[in-house]
Design a binder for this molecule. Structure first.
Ligand SMILES: Cc1cc2nc3c(=O)[nH]c(=O)nc-3n(C[C@H](O)[C@H](O)[C@H](O)COP(=O)(O)OP(=O)(O)OC[C@H]3O[C@@H](n4cnc5c(N)ncnc54)[C@H](O)[C@@H]3O)c2cc1C
Length: 280
């Protein structure tokens, strides 16, 4: 049955029921992207399912096993201001604080951001570096998958049309840390290229590059190399390998060659900063 108008479910199950009734209905979160697309007549959904009234999608909490749960409707400003110790998940807080400007951070939500999966977004590389997982609900239950598997292609995720992203789960903090290095043309712009880096409590590094391909670029060999050897030569080798894995677009934010050139430089900066943080 085709639905029309704005629906305001109070639970995830009610929202899933609406999606089942009308596969053309679109979920609405902060609206920063979807409302702009409607205004520009890129899409014209007859029915919107607004997630704002679903309590379980709001806020950040620590689970009984120590993991940190960020509800899908948590606004970027609240993730940026999160006062919990996040360990390697600190990279996600750092990325949130660098999204666009205060207006967008007041509107946008983590669930809306990662579901849209624009390759220029700041969260995807941060989630991959943090070893975060994404929780997804369907009428047959909940599933959780690593962020690295959630981002599948340009604007494409592992979420099916009848599913809802309910949360992002960060690993239990174990004394690690993380940070996000973003290069943009001007303050507030999308990244031309970015590097997210996280270190777990055992000193292992995990790196992901953003805005340089359809999905964040991460590579186990690079992580092993950087974890074992902090020298400038090792960082340069890792940077060259990441550069070779990149598949960037030419667009108004930079040519593909310029983006490739940025990767080793941003990686070197990220490594310097995370080692300095360790020393401090
Ligand atoms: C001017 C401007 C500048 C921006 N700059 C940046 C930037 O520098 N860095 C950056 O990372 N981002 C940037 N963004 C993107 C922004 O941060 C938001 O992440 C983005 O707008 C989507 O979040 P939203 O909550 O507004 O989602 P919406 O616009 O409401 O929805 C986006 C899409 O996700 C779907 N959706 C929403 N919630 C869910 C859910 N829980 N489960 C499944 N599907 C869902 C919707 O159906 C829709 O298709 C910018 C946006 C604008 C408008």
């Amino acid at each position: 049955m085709a639905l029309q108008g704005m629906f305001r479910p109070r639970t995830v199950d009610e929202a899933l029921e609406l999606l089942a009734q009308d596969p053309e209905a679109r979920l609405l979160a902060g609206g920063a992207t979807l409302v702009a697309m409607i205004n520009a007549r890129v899409v014209a959904p007859a029915a919107l399912v607004h997630l704002a009234g679903i309590r379980e999608l709001h806020g950040i909490s620590t689970l009984s096993d120590g993991r940190v749960r960020i509800g899908a409707f948590t606004r970027h400003r609240d993730t940026a201001a999160c006062a919990l110790a996040l360990g390697s998940g600190t990279v996600v807080r750092d990325a949130a604080s660098q999204i666009a400007n205060a207006t967008v951070r007041n509107m946008g939500t983590i669930g809306g951001s990662i579901s849209f999966a624009d390759p220029g977004l700041d969260y995807p590389p941060a989630l991959v570096a943090a070893r975060a997982s994404v929780e997804i609900a369907s009428r047959s239950g909940r599933r959780t998958l690593p962020a690295r598997e959630f981002f599948v292609d340009w604007y494409t995720t592992a979420r099916q049309d009848d599913e809802i992203v309910t949360a992002v789960l960060l690993p239990a903090p174990d004394g690690g840390t993380g940070l996000y290095v973003k290069h943009a043309r001007v303050a507030g712009d999308y990244a031309t290229a970015s590097v997210a880096i996280a270190r777990d409590g055992a000193g292992r590094l995990r790196v992901a590059v953003g805005s340089c391909g359809p999905t964040p670029i991460a590579d186990d060999e690079v992580d092993v190399m950087l974890s074992a050897d902090a020298s400038a030569a090792a960082v340069a080798r890792a940077g060259e390998r990441l550069r070779s894995l990149a598949d960037p677009l030419d667009d108004v934010r930079g040519t593909s060659e310029y983006r490739r050139m940025l990767i080793p430089r941003l990686l070197a900066r990220a490594c310097r900063q995370i080692h300095a943080r360790g020393a401090a």
